[in-house]
Design a protein around this ligand. Structure first.
Ligand SMILES: Nc1nc2c(ncn2[C@@H]2O[C@H](COP(=O)(O)OP(=O)(O)OP(=O)(O)O)[C@@H](O)[C@H]2O)c(=O)[nH]1
Ligand SMILES: [Mg+2]
Length: 471
């Protein structure tokens, strides 16, 4: 990667398209200040723009006519987002004005920025590492406050610090081993293999494994989970969807086969963005009222396959009919099923106990809650049970770790884990120190891919292309 080359100056509209209060055009690079002087007319003469001061004035179109009334700020390198000279022009959020200004800047020599190019420059300048750049994408796309909080912690370098600690331990271990390379005859005395193995286990392998576990939970907060409500016709699936969303989203009627097409809606379950999907009640094609319902049942079955977790709704009034038992048997090999007894308001307490016991006998070990979608009873228990099902350790995770490795980090960490286990075995088997040193150097290099220090260009390109233009 060439970080030393003198870069060109780039420009982009930094605010989202469409209507809004202001629209910002951002310019970064060695020519930024010069471009500002050419396109911006301050109301009062400015002998020299002072960094981080706001100036009021006007910009003009190519033909000299007045384009907009703007505020301009110049941020002198290295005290800017990109660590380069940066200029931001706050215009009115009129797409034509912003496009015209961008075109004007282009004729004066500013190249239109590529997606994520400003952030890439911040990375290349060493102001943020790759995990922080990725955290920024997570922050921009977070769907819940908890997800945003995790991203913000990572943006401030929480993951970078954890990785830095692991690297530091590895570097110390490597130094310890390499002393012995220089004095091969004294290997036995110089390298305390037991102590080196202990440190490798405690300071590298264990934290790496903890991060791998965190990645699983972080993914839930970042990507969410798909939850499908399944059951026989008329069990109250649509009523439950509405109750969870607290809005009349799906049609509810006493006619079995009301829902045909599946209905998806997002909700926030303890900070995890959950996509809840209401489906058509499942029954044999011959029993369906028409061809549309048959298609609906087919679609419901497809949805069951894509689910991270299933809510199997049991109509308390109908009980554990053969059809319900057959549906359970169809789903039983799925790991995450919550059994939900609905319409408990129609049962006496003794009947309810009896039915719960029968359901527990049908599905031993499965979580079971009893609710009334109609009057809201048991909904809190249902949500608690769901959270426990989807994210068994989400609670402790949310409070403690605050580290959010993503899929890319997780893949790197798993390679580090494998290499580390192998290195441990070699260390304990008495492998020569020069081989151990090579192993450890390669672990160091692998772990450097998280911060981006040793990432190949394709990886960098893949990360930055996920940004929008102007970021
Ligand atoms: N008493 C009582 N009735 C309920 C409850 N939940 C749903 N119902 C009624 O059961 C009937 C069916 O409700 P829906 O929510 O449409 O059931 P569904 O499972 O979506 O039905 P399909 O879409 O036809 O498969 C309606 O008349 C609801 O009012 C409940 O907790 N208690
Ligand atoms: Mg329905």
């Amino acid at each position: 990667m060439n970080t030393g080359a003198r870069r060109d100056t780039i420009a982009a509209i930094a605010t989202p398209p469409g209507s809004g209060g202001i629209g910002v055009v951002r310019v970064s690079g060695p020519e930024a200040l010069h471009l500002l002087q050419q396109v911006f007319q301050p109301r009062r003469a400015v002998p020299a723009f002072v960094s981080h001061h706001l100036y009021y004035g006007h910009i003009r179109a190519q033909n000299g006519s007045l384009l907009d009334e703007v505020l301009a700020v110049y941020m002198q390198a290295p005290h800017s987002y990109t660590c380069e000279d940066v200029v931001e022009l706050q215009c009115h959020a009129a797409p034509v004005v912003l496009q015209e200004l961008l075109a004007r800047l282009a004729t004066l020599g500013a190249r239109p920025a590529e997606p994520g190019e400003f952030t890439k420059r911040a990375f290349l300048a060493g102001r943020i590492d790759l995990s922080q750049a990725e955290a920024l994408i997570d922050l921009l796309t977070a769907r819940t406050a908890a997800g945003a909080e995790l991203a913000a912690a990572q943006l401030h370098g929480a993951l970078a610090a954890a990785i830095g600690g692991i690297r530091q331990s590895l570097i110390e271990l490597l130094a310890h081993i390499e002393v012995a390379i220089d004095f091969p005859d004294e290997d036995a005395e110089l390298v305390d293999r037991k102590e080196a193995a202990r440190r490798l286990r405690a300071e590298v392998l264990a934290p790496v494994q903890a991060l791998i576990a965190d990645a699983g939970y972080a993914r839930l907060y970042r990507e969410g989970a798909r939850l499908v409500i399944a059951g026989l016709p008329n069990a109250g699936k649509s009523s439950l969807l509405n109750a969870l969303l607290r809005e009349e989203r799906a049609l509810v009627t006493a006619v079995p086969g009301t829902t045909r097409d599946s209905i998806e809606e997002g909700m926030n379950l303890g900070g995890i963005p959950v996509q809840v999907i209401d489906t058509a009640g499942i029954r044999p094609a011959a029993a369906c009222s028409d061809a549309v319902e048959v298609l609906g049942v087919e679609r419901a079955r497809q949805m069951l396959l894509s689910a991270d977790a299933l809510l199997l709704l049991i109509d308390a009034e109908a009980g554990l009919t053969p059809a319900l038992r057959a549906l359970y048997a169809e789903l039983a090999d799925r790991a995450q099923i919550l059994l939900v007894l609905n319409k408990r308001d129609l049962l006496q307490a003794a009947e309810e106990r009896h039915l719960c016991a029968a359901a527990a006998a049908m599905a031993p070990g499965r979580p079971l809650v009893s609710i009334s979608a109609k009057n809201g009873e048991g909904l809190q228990e249902l949500q608690d049970a769901l959270l426990a099902l989807i994210a068994p350790a989400a609670d402790s995770f949310g409070r403690s770790a605050r580290l959010a490795p993503n899929r890319r980090h997780q893949a790197v960490l798993m390679r580090v884990e494998a290499a580390c286990t192998q290195c441990l075995a070699a260390l304990e088997a008495g492998a020569p120190v020069d081989l151990l040193s090579v192993d450890m150097q390669s672990i160091l290099e692998t772990i450097g891919e998280i911060s981006g220090e040793t990432s190949p260009d394709e990886v960098l390109d893949a990360v930055f292309s996920r940004f929008c233009i102007g970021k």
